[in-house]
Design a protein. Sequence first.
Length: 160
Amino acid sequence: MQDCVGCGMCCYIPEIPELDKECYSECSKCSDDRLCLSYDQRPEACKSYKCYWAVNDLSDNLRPDKCGVMFEKVENFPIYAAFLLPHRPEAWEEPNVLGIIELLISQGNSVVIGNGPNKQILVLTPIGIEVSDVLNDIKLAQEQRRVNGGSVIHNRSIHV
């Protein structure tokens, strides 16, 4: 696994219910240099979380804080969420990021790109997959989260 110290996008972008932290807000446990102030006592959602960059052998320029996009797998569905930093809404169009999106789609995954707190999304799918099916799968995943007490993406949630 890659060293993600100093990135901190997983502390900023997703909701962390255990810490009453909303999407796209600063975590009260995150220091100015993007280190967790309560690392040893952090919630299980934080302990188990690994973004796509951290678990794959990707170049340093694709680290979420550097490329402006954080990819996460939607549990139990062939979908990845791509969270954009609010100040970089076009980051997904950069060639290195498009390369990851193309790879994920070529592997049969859909990619849902979220544009920060504005809740605007773009859904990219493999040929033959309808956008409406992907959105229905996300709604199903959200319902599973509510029923099971878990969440959609690695113990966190996405909002569509």
